[in-house]
Design a protein around this ligand. Structure first.
Ligand SMILES: [Zn+2]
Length: 596
């Protein structure tokens, strides 16, 4: 099996010790229902008794094994075992830090967090300041655009793009004035320190100090998945080169992990269950301008595996709409491979006459564009079509076939692979069986490659542990019985004991496992377990407790047995009868508990 979710498990996220007290964290969690938090990112279907199901956003699957429990406020995937509470979900899904996730949920739930000066983590402080600087800059550039004196050039240019005022507003377009350090001065006046202004990437330093990075450009804010401007694209107002410059990366902005328009497109993507991938800022804004709102853009950077994985969290299908020039086609073919590998169904198209979506929609209207997107070819057909100049010779066709085979090894679904192979054979005029055999050979070679990365060892929750804890959660009366039955027994430390302790201490309130990943996983798995009837639950608990006791007694019995042997070896005859009596007592106890 290629791909899958083993890779994800190796990077199991460790929750850092929070700077906030348990009370604050609990308060924030209580103010947000995890079902709403997850439900705003993933389409959840009710699965009975307060649980919801969805196809997992963290691994590729066809049948849903991702569950969310409203009662326990936990999510858990029975496939890849990602799990946690609402804070953990946002960390995983949106790539936030613990602090950012906490703050986002605090805002969402109307909980006031302690002020900035109350914590001392420098990284968090800088990230917070950069977020403030980004917001300030977006406002500043918009005000410059609106300013009668300063904004004339920007407004003039914007007019040529023929966007509706609401589109301009929605995407927060602005204007960076000429003059050297207008932004730097405004930011200083607002109280931003030079180190923050410089770290934001909106200013650079020379021997005379800070100066504006963007000058006399149309400013396009690049937002993160929460809608905060973290970077900017700046468009030259004429034909000057470079046409676009982008903010350099900073603590908040990673080019390879950002897709332009994702924040705005989330609703549309959920509705359409697919996304159109375009190249430019204005291609995307044009689409939104005419009501096509399930679009994201790469904006000048080559598509990355991280971006492909990001798309996969939201939709199962992507339609690549790149320019029909050579660079565009090459980028599209590369994109096919990355997106397929991320588990997405990929279709692709180019627009007639080498037009980009912006030009095309302006000339032919949104309906023709929509139709083309609906009819976009599957990636095999697209790939073959784009390789037309190589199809005349058998060598050329074989080369194209090899490239497609390589892409197909990344497809995780046998049915689809079969269908693609059939299409390939037809399109390339190659024998279907020859195609299949060659593909099987390539796949086999790849799997046998000696330097293949070993999948990380998968940690799993033992089913007995999960069902034991689930029984206690679903039937709290059993909690006390388990407590009584286990009192006086020295239990081996481990996830089960961690969870038990938390349940006993918190009287059934939702526990938080900050530093114990295994306990957190066990708890999430148990919280999302199907319903267990009271009788079955009681049996599970009795059985589990007996097993625990039996294991302890067996260890003790073996221990005494060792001492008997030792005594025999050292001719210590006096102590042997007593040891034998002890062992007999323990063995009787084991028998009393019955067979396992
Ligand atoms: Zn999963």
């Amino acid at each position: 099996m290629a791909g899958g979710c083993q890779g994800a498990v190796s990077s199991v996220w460790k929750r850092p010790v929070p700077k906030y007290s348990r009370e604050v964290v609990a308060q924030v969690l209580a103010a947000n229902d995890i079902v709403d938090v997850v439900g705003s990112c993933v389409e959840l279907k009710p699965a009975g008794s307060g649980r919801f199901k969805a196809c997992c956003p963290f691994h590729n699957e066809k049948t849903p094994s991702f569950t969310v429990s409203r009662d326990r406020q936990q999510y858990y995937c029975f496939g890849c075992e990602k799990h946690g509470d609402a804070i953990g979900f946002l960390i995983e899904f949106e790539g936030l830090t613990f602090f950012e996730s906490l703050r986002k949920l605090a805002d969402r739930g109307g909980v006031r967090l302690p002020a900035m000066s109350d914590f001392d983590d420098r990284e968090d402080l800088l990230r917070t300041q950069l977020a403030e600087a980004g917001k300030f800059a977006a406002r500043f550039f918009q005000e410059c655009m609106a300013d009668v004196l300063k904004g004339g050039l920007g407004r003039q240019y914007l007019k040529t793009r023929e966007l509706k005022p609401e589109t301009v507003k929605r995407f927060g377009l602005g204007y960076a004035p000429d003059g050297g350090s207008r932004f730097v001065e405004a930011a200083r006046a607002k109280g931003f320190k030079d180190n923050v202004i410089e770290a934001s990437g909106l200013a650079r330093r020379n021997d005379r100090g800070l100066f504006d990075f963007f000058r006399n450009r149309l400013m396009i804010p690049i937002r993160d998945v929460s809608g905060n401007p973290v970077a900017f694209g700046g468009r030259d107002l004429g034909d000057g080169l470079p046409k676009y410059i982008n903010s350099p990366e900073n603590a908040l902005y990673k080019k390879t992990r950002t897709l332009y328009g994702l924040f705005e497109a989330r609703e549309g993507m959920r509705r359409e269950k697919r996304v159109l991938l375009v190249e430019g800022y204005f291609d995307l804004m044009r689409c939104f301008d005419v009501g096509i709102d399930h679009v994201v853009a790469t904006c000048g950077t080559a598509l990355t595996a991280e971006q492909a994985a990001l798309i996969r969290r939201y939709v199962p299908e992507v339609v690549i709409v790149y320019d029909a020039d050579l660079a565009g086609i090459r980028a599209a073919l590369r994109g096919v491979s990355l997106l397929t590998n991320a588990g997405l169904t990929v279709r692709a198209m180019t627009l007639p006459d080498g037009k980009d979506p912006d030009d095309f929609i302006r000339k032919h209207g949104p309906e023709s564009f929509r139709r083309l997107a609906d009819d976009a070819a599957d990636f095999v057909t697209f790939y073959v079509r784009m390789s037309e100049n190589r199809l005349d010779t058998i060598e050329g066709r074989t080369a194209v076939a090899r490239e497609l085979f390589t892409i197909l090894t990344g497809v995780n679904d046998e049915l689809r692979v079969n269908e693609y192979l059939r299409q390939m054979a037809r399109a390339l005029q190659l024998g279907e069986w020859a195609c299949r055999n060659e593909f099987a050979r390539i796949r086999h070679d790849q799997e046998a490659r000696p330097f293949r990365e070993e999948p990380a060892p998968r940690r799993t929750v033992p089913i007995a542990d999960r069902d034991f804890i689930a029984s206690l959660l679903q039937h709290p009366g059993l909690l006390e019985r388990a407590h009584d039955a286990l009192s006086g027994i020295s239990l081996q430390p481990g996830p089960v004991v961690q969870v038990l302790k938390a349940l006993w201490e918190d009287n059934g309130a939702s526990p938080v496992f900050h530093n114990d990943e295994d306990a957190g996983m066990l708890y999430a798995a148990a919280a999302n377990r199907d319903e267990i009837t009271p009788e079955t639950a009681a049996n599970i608990v009795v059985e589990y407790v007996n097993n625990l006791k039996r294991a302890l007694l067996k260890a003790e019995s073996e221990n005494v047995q060792r001492r008997i042997l030792q005594a025999e070896r050292s001719m210590d005859r006096e102590s042997i009868p007593e040891l034998l009596r002890q062992k007999a007592g323990i063995d009787r106890e084991i028998q009393r508990l019955g067979a396992a």
